[in-house]
Design a protein around this ligand. Structure first.
Ligand code: HEM
Length: 459
């Protein structure tokens, strides 16, 4: 049996590193302790980081009965509610997940394609020529409108306009590493009035729940308005005793989808826009591929383009928005990579470290979409959406959105980075985002050129 390395530094120092410089910290640890090591963050139970694909597979491919996940997410309860899918385990998790999946599944997701392109054009039409805008904010507008469409069947309208400000404010409340501390430190999750960090979260959340309740009440009063959106499906679901979900269960799931489903994709898109405009050869190849398409190509043809797909994958590899998968809590003794873990120990597939292994991704610090054209990666080598029974339910939507938004923006608009300064990753809540949101300058509309068409044959 192999022995496991634990860090020598104090739990307080480990916590500070985890909050303020998580990626560098993980890399420092991996250099010193190898693929598998134990972290002990002050105030939180210790957990073991696993990044070797074999170890990741041993964790993610086992029967869900071996690990609990929901209870390791309990710190998210204050934000997402006790009934959130991410906090459930066992049969309740399976049941809720099954109910929530259909709108996020293959065929259904494809039906959102036109809407995503329309929303993108609408948001882009508001950009002013020769002026600067922040990619993260613009992408949030697009992904928020998309998720509201999928979850509620809402597009525009009063409720959309009302829900947007408190939701964005709520996410901004964890927008810096310091502010993000409220989601790691139970001690800080106390409502000490309107101006306290947690007090602000509680008040924004109450406002959103009020609006969600108004939407639920309206649907109950007009059952004929039920559509194919997630809220309609959840409202019509019945358990074996014929009982439906309570109002609070419905609101917690809606909140989970709104939070999990828009900021993540907006951040991934901002990173993609950064890399594309940072690296002229990437932009050139992408434009050539897009321009080689028939102008009336349907969105699904666009979503299958190989170089566009490779750019999206490389974006999610180099700075995976979620740099670590949910923690897995061993329900009984288990062996992973030759290490024995006792019941109640926690393991964490660490996406960032797996994605930066030189044996899998040579020159891992370089943005090289071509690696995804030259090699097929397994689901334990490339896992931006986690895996197993907790794999992100929105992954197909997120990927479709990334591809269509990028294709629409790049085909129609000529953008450039406002500054040549490199943009670095920074913690934003539980995610890793570009430190300044990626300022872009709009240089004008773009039209296709013959030269671009010729270049499409370059790859
Ligand atoms: C680029 C965008 C996104 C990324 C990188 C991402 C990443 C992830 C990751 C890493 C997990 C944890 C999986 C695990 O531990 O095995 C997760 C879970 C989840 N994601 Fe996403 N996600 C994205 C977009 C979305 C979208 C668009 C939605 C919803 C519409 C969504 C909803 C969820 C939910 C509900 C879970 C919890 C699943 C469960 O507990 O069963 N995510 N996501």
């Amino acid at each position: 049996m192999k022995s496991l390395n634990g860090l020598q530094s104090s739990a307080f120092i480990q916590l500070m590193n985890w909050i303020f410089r998580p990626l560098d910290f993980l890399e420092d640890c991996a250099r010193q302790y190898g693929d598998t090591f134990k972290l002990n963050l002050m105030g939180l139970p210790p957990f073991t980081v696993v990044s070797d694909p074999q170890g990741v597979e041993e964790i993610l491919s086992v029967d869900a009965k071996k690990f609990d996940v929901g209870r390791t997410n309990n710190l998210a309860a204050g934000l997402l509610g006790d009934n959130s899918l991410v906090l459930l385990d066992g049969a309740p998790h399976r049941r809720q997940r099954k109910l929530m999946m259909p709108p996020f599944h293959g065929e259904k997701v494809k039906s959102y394609a036109e809407t995503i392109c329309q929303i993108t054009n609408k948001v882009a039409d508001r950009w002013q020529e020769q002026s600067t805008f922040i990619a993260q904010k613009a992408m949030q507008d697009i992904t928020l409108e998309t998720i509201l469409h999928v979850v509620f069947g809402l597009s525009e309208g009063d409720r959309y306009q009302q829900i947007k400000p408190p939701l964005i404010e709520l996410l901004d409340l964890t927008g810096s590493p310091l502010k993000a501390s409220v989601i790691f430190l139970p001690l800080l999750q106390q409502d000490l009035g309107e101006w306290s960090p947690w007090g602000k979260v509680v008040r924004r959340k109450a406002k959103i729940y009020e609006l969600l309740q108004a939407e639920i009440d309206e649907r109950r009063a007009n059952p004929e308005s039920a559509g194919n959106d997630v809220l309609s499906l959840l409202m019509s679901a019945r358990d074996e005793r014929g009982e439906g979900l309570s109002n609070i269960e419905l609101k917690d799931q809606m909140m989970t989808l709104l939070v999990a489903g828009h900021e993540t994709t907006a951040t991934a898109l901002s990173w993609a826009l950064y890399w594309i405009h940072k690296l002229p050869e990437v932009k050139q190849k992408l434009l050539a591929e897009l321009d080689s398409l028939d102008p009336d190509a349907d969105p699904l043809t666009i979503s299958r383009l190989p170089y566009l797909t490779a750019v999206c994958n490389e974006t999610l590899r180099i700075y995976p928005v979620a740099f670590i998968a949910f923690l897995r809590f061993a329900k009984s003794k288990i062996e992973v990579m030759g290490h024995q873990f006792e019941a109640e120990e926690m393991l964490a597939p660490t996406i960032y470290l797996t994605h930066h292994r030189e044996d899998l991704y040579p020159e891992a610090k370089k943005f090289k979409p071509e690696r995804f054209l030259e090699r097929q990666y397994s689901t334990y080598e490339f896992l931006p959406f986690g895996g197993g029974n907790r794999r992100c339910i929105g992954y197909a939507l997120a990927l479709l959105e990334m591809k269509l938004v990028l294709a629409t923006v790049l085909s129609n608009w000529n953008l450039s980075l406002t500054s040549a300064r490199p943009i670095l990753p920074k913690r934003r809540g539980a995610t890793i985002a570009p430190d300044n949101g990626v300022p872009l300058t709009l240089n004008g509309r773009r039209s296709r050129t013959k030269r671009d068409l010729v270049m499409a044959s370059d790859f």
